[in-house]
Design a protein around this ligand. Sequence first.
Ligand code: GA4
Length: 332
Amino acid sequence: MVVLSRPAKLDHFSDLIKTCKPTSLFAGIPVVDLSSPDAKHRIVRACEEHGMFKVINHGVPLDFMTTLEAQALKFFNLPQSEKDKAAPADPFGYRSKRIGPNGDVGWIEYILLSTNLDIISHKSLPIFKENPEIFRDAVEDYITAVKNMTFEVLEMVADGLGIDQRNVLSKLLKDEKSDSCFRLNYYPPCPELHALSGRSLIGFGEHTDPQIISVLKSNNTSGLQISLKDGTWVTVAPDQTAFFINVGDCLQVMTNGRFKSVKHRVLADTQSSRVSMIYFGGPPLSEKIAPLPSLMAEGEESLYKEFTWSEFKKSANRSRLADNRLGPFEKS
Ligand code: GA4
C-alpha cells in the first residue's frame, strides 16, 4: 500500500489539496484584436461560447503593466511583519490565505482595493501609508488605463449585440457611484507540491465573479483554469502582455443567460510565483439588474427575479466561493 504523506508546511491546508485531472494548455480561448473591425462580433461570440476571451492591441501601455507588477512583487516580497501592517482596512487591504468573509482559504496573498480613486488616494489606507508613493501612482495609472479599455470593450459588446444605446453597459462602470474593485494576487510557489504525487494545491477555489465584467492580467506563470460548458477544466496559457476578460454574473443576467459567467479557479505552481491583477467592473449599488429590454425577443421572459446590485452583493457576501450565487435569483 502506498501511503501519501503531506509535507508539514501544508498541515493546515488539507482542504486545498485536490486531485485535479492533468490538463494541457487550452488553445481554444478566443483572441480578440481590439483594433480589428470584427472585434465586436468576436467578443460577443466568445462571451456566448466560453464566457472568456483574450484581448491584444488593447492600448494599455505595457509600462503601466510592468511597473505595477514590479511594485506588487516588491510588496509581496516584504517580510510578513511589514505586510501585516497593511492588513485589512475592512474590506480593503492586504490578506494572506483567507478569501472572503465565510471561511474560504487559498494558497494566496492579496491586496483588495476599491477602484474609486478618491479612496485609493486616501493616504490613511494602511496599504499606502506603509508603502512608497510610487506604488499608489502605479495602481492609479494602471486602473485608469484598464478602466478606459474596459469601457471600450463594453461598448463593443453593446454594438455587437445590436443595441442602439452603445453605452448601455459602459455607463454603469463610468458612473461615479460604480461599485468596482481591484485585486492584486500573489500565489507563492509551493515546492512541497512535488511530494503530493499528482495532486494539486488550490490557489483560488472555483467560483464565478459576481460583477458585470472582470479584466485580468497575469505574469507568465500558468495556473488559471476555466470550466468549459461540458464541465471539463482546462488551463489558460498565460500571456503577460494581454488581458483575459470574463463575463460576470450580472452580465449573464443582463443578457438573460445568453452570455455565461464562467467558472474559474487558480492552481499553485511548484516553482514559480504567479502574480495577477484584476479589475472587477460593477454597477452602482442601487442599480436594478435585469435583462436589457432591447435584447428580449417578443414574449421572452426573464430567467431571473429582479434584484439590485446591492441585494446581490449582500447575498454574495454571505455565500461560499464555490456556491452558485445566481441560484437564489433564478425563477423556478
Ligand atoms: C469573487 C470575485 C472577486 O475576487 C471578489 C471576491 C470576494 C472576496 O474576495 O471578498 C468574494 C467572492 C468574489 C464571491 C463570494 C464571496 C465574496 C469572496 C466570497 C467568498 C472581490 C468579489 O467581488 O467576489
